[in-house]
Design a protein around this ligand. Sequence first.
Ligand code: AGP
Length: 609
Amino acid sequence: MCGIVGYVGDKQAVGFLLEGLSKLEYRGYDSAGIAVYDGASIRVEKSVGRLASLEEKIEGNMPKGSLGIGHTRWATHGRPSDRNAHPHTDCTGDFVVVHNGIIENYLALKEELIEQGHSFKSETDTEVVAHLLEEVYHGDFEAAVREVLRRVEGSYSLVFMSRQQPDCLICTKKDNPLIIGLGDGENFIASDIPAIIQRTRRTFILNDGEVAVVRKDSIAITNRLGEPVTKKVFEVNWNAEAAEKGGYEHFMLKEINEQPKAVRDTMSQRISKDGNSVLMEELKWTKEYLNSFNKVYIVACGTAYHAGLVGKFYIEKLARIIVEVDVASEFRYRNPIVDENTLLIVVSQSGETSDTLAALKESRRLGAKTLAITNVVGSSIAREADQVLYTWAGPEIAVASTKAYTTQLILFFMLALYMAEIKESQTRERIGQLIGMLKNIPAQISETLSDVEPIKTFARKYGFNEDVFYIGRSLDYDVALEGSLKLKEISYIHAEAYAAGELKHGTLALIVEGVPVIALATQKSVYEKTLSNIKEVKARDAVVIGIAAEGDDELQKYVDHVIKVPETDELLIPLLTVVPLQLLAYYAAITRGCDVDKPRNLAKSVTVE
Ligand code: AGP
């Protein structure tokens, strides 16, 4: 997964290319490169490492010209290195390409091209595209690109540039995102909106198979068959600051603090005026429609999967429908029992996660009705699903997902209430009461966020421990899973979450003196049981940080420290208990000097298997 940009206009391309790439580094940051046409030839500059290394390399000798492309890479084929960095060129240097995705048949194509006399400089799959373009070019750039697309298999967003026709860029996509920003006398190409938002809010979102010939004052888009396509302009309604850090040290901290607003945005349009009903204009489901399903699957990856676990709890508890949850990379290969009586709910912040997208496509093929919960408007998953619920959380840039999780929980809760209302599985009073408590959640998250000092102290105190355990029962266990993922991905501390009742089936052996255990105890029906588990770890001299609701005066008697969150219905409390866990992970990472927004080996959007 990588970030790509392109510029065609009157200005120096390098300005936009570097600016755009800096906004796309969340997609990959192991090497970067640019190519600019200088009026005679195409100058390519690339460097392993962050974009800053490239900037350093070209400082004082910037490529000049007003047509260019750029790339920030997250290695798949070929390790991070200067020569594997994009852009890639053909033998003559006349054809240059940047790519996000995987060319699956590149080995066969490479062999064929080598036989035809082409010589390769990198180990990447992408380089075959440049050589293939050289091979099939017979005086018509666009026709050659189309021929390349007929020959390559896999997933891609691609931008092509040619010295033979230096008045345009050609771009296309399949299963990877690509947008075009519409400027005045200039146009932009990028993997994502943050790259272009400082230049324009007017965009075209490319669909799979579309080919765009982008000139400084025109954009011609055609479909797979070469027929003209009329696109609707998509106006971005975020402002430029929304894609920036807004004064916070890291995007993650900014996004944690944005949660009150994000969850308010997610819910506000979806509550009836009288506050007693959930409105899902996007769905318009009926009792018959709901009764037609004998199975509901929730499928997702990582944090979105953890949100799905809570979603299952909500739907089963409130709508009394059985739900199965699976990680997408398992689901898609286990030949799941899916047919026209299945409702498949996929969850994905980016809407681009390859396993989730594949699970969605396969389920649709098998006849399932599909619903996507996603944050990115116009993303591949949003376009593939029959119906979409957007979280409206605004851009999430940090690799560690935070506001996406809480907004996904809000949508699941509202969806479960919506289903409950249709199915009449809860009384009107209960639904109204829960909506009332839901409306308090933004303010309660703000309250939780205001009490950050004790969390900073814990992070400083325990941030150098090598192992941390998270325990809880019921919904607390689901939140524990998310808390431990946050900690390990950004602080590199080994963190494990266990259903508290499972401890004595093995994991208790790892609990020794001084090991931090974070124990969530907010679920009334299993409260006493959780207390017993806490006593078990205390008896082994663990250091226990308890997470409880205000009004709980019991827990503090058995633990070393307590973090309290405001009181609400126990169904809604995950929206509050996850906040200190996110902050704890953040400050532990800071204590250890980790690069919070760009954790090692990870990228924001996993668009390859
Ligand atoms: C979360 O902190 C992770 N970085 C990761 O688990 C993420 O949630 C996962 O890759 C799924 O992404 P998606 O929501 O964009 O599909």
